[in-house]
Write a protein that binds this ligand. Sequence first.
Ligand code: ZN
Length: 103
Amino acid sequence: MITYNFICPDCSNNVLAEILTDVVLSSTAIDIHIDEDGVELDYIGDETDGGTINRYQCDHCGHVLKTESDQIINSFDDLKEWLEEHGTVQLDNDYLNEDNMLN
Ligand SMILES: [Zn+2]
């Protein structure tokens, strides 16, 4: 396994956002407040199900990842290709152990 880190070409931020559409969102609540204005839930968490990848973008500046031919990336295959070209490889313990075994 190779672990890559995203580096934004515009702002160097390293948090990648995956934007999904057609998602089912389930929110959970324990306290439910009711007054004359209506009902208000104190949400404690949420979970998503399903969804289609719309795009990948920088979580900080919104830079949208595109292929060499200027198509918006919305598949794992294209994301993999982008990271192989622009990402940085993270050297974790597994990688170092494998390396040690070869020597
Ligand atoms: Zn950015």
